[in-house]
Write a protein that binds this ligand. Structure first.
Ligand code: FAD
Length: 292
């Protein structure tokens, strides 16, 4: 099922993100964790693509497994930076042959060692180039792309980031998923600005439950997200007690999702990070709203 068709149903839904194993040895563990999440029957599950494509084979394996065994629609991520057109065309063929209908088209982070490299010869500098290629190779695919309520770290201004986002959407995106954020007002403000800029595709907010204190630093580094004082207080108080921090982090994410639903959003994507317990608890906290 295409994600745009799920969104059209206009009912409250949750989707979950998982990531592929980093090596063959952890494949079975990751597969088992993703299957437990799939058993919750979320609206869809996304499977990330290893930075630089390192674990790229596993993305498709995990996504196919979820779709074929549990009938859960999947969204396979694909990054293009440091790759070439031929390799990406093969990936698109594999995705199409697998029956997966949704692809998240990403540039990927530029590896540290190549930050100062001459990029003029690269096949891909930005995600819009991958969006164009996907659309051309298989017009039936439902294409998603990333957006950043708090501005992508490489952009100098939000206006410029939104202008580039509009170009990416115009290249053929069917929907957008946001980077994590911890203050919903940042999302509402962003939505207002992108609608004003003429971006009309559905936007699925991405919510990350922070369940241990170490994740906080990593989340800020990755996304540059603003941490509200209320959230910092929770981490200060419970960060050294793992079970309490998990409970508080899940409660905070649940609160964020309830506020999103109350403000007219119907589909929320949870960065559940291969943690079935986190996905289960969030879903059960919302059982009456979701009707599950
Ligand atoms: P782009 O859309 O290309 O944007 C990157 C920067 O370039 C932005 O600052 C943008 O404003 C600017 N820009 C865009 N087009 C132009 C242009 N024509 N000229 C000048 N500037 C331009 N990473 C992974 O490795 N694997 C994953 O599975 C993965 N999944 C993700 C899922 C989501 C929902 C999000 C939000 C991020 C994900 N990432 C993933 C991280 C992502 O790869 C990085 O944030 C990366 O740095 C940017 O990717 P992008 O597709 O947003 O790039």
């Amino acid at each position: 099922m295409k994600i745009t068709d799920i969104i059209k149903q206009n009912t409250f839904s949750l989707s979950f993100e998982v990531f592929p194993p980093k090596s063959e040895t952890s494949f079975e563990n990751v597969k088992a964790a993703t299957e437990q999440i799939a058993k919750l029957k979320p609206a869809f599950m996304s499977v990330t693509y290893g930075a630089g494509g390192g674990t790229s084979e596993y993305t498709l394996d995990i996504a196919k497994n979820i779709k074929n065994l549990y009938g859960v629609p999947t969204l396979a991520h694909l990054t293009c930076v440091c790759s070439n057109k031929e390799t990406i065309n093969k990936k698109i063929e594999q995705i199409s042959a697998s029956g997966i209908q949704n692809v998240m088209a990403l540039r990927g982070d530029i590896p540290e060692a190549l930050k100062d490299a001459d990029r003029s010869e690269w096949d891909y500098n930005y995600a819009f180039q991958l969006v164009e290629q996907l659309k051309q190779a298989n017009p039936n695919l439902c294409i998603g792309a990333a957006c950043y309520p708090e501005v992508h770290p490489e952009s100098t201004t939000q206006a410029d980031d939104i202008k580039r986002l509009k170009e990416k959407v115009d290249a053929g995106c069917d929907f957008l998923t946001t980077q994590m954020f911890f203050d919903n007002n940042l999302l509402y403000n962003f939505l207002y600005k992108i609608r004003e800029a003429g971006i009309t595709v559905p936007v699925i907010p991405g919510v990350m439950p922070i369940t241990n204190a170490n994740q906080v630093e990593r989340a800020i580094k990755l996304s540059g997200s603003f941490m509200p004082q209320r959230f910092k207080t929770i981490v200060d108080k419970f960060g050294t007690t793992p079970a309490a921090m998990q409970q508080a982090g899940i409660a905070y994410a649940t609160d964020q999702i309830i506020d999103l639903y109350a403000n007219g959003i119907t589909n929320v994507h949870v960065y559940s990070m291969n943690k079935p317990v986190v996905a289960q608890k969030i879903q059960s906290n919302l059982s009456e709203i979701l009707g599950v």
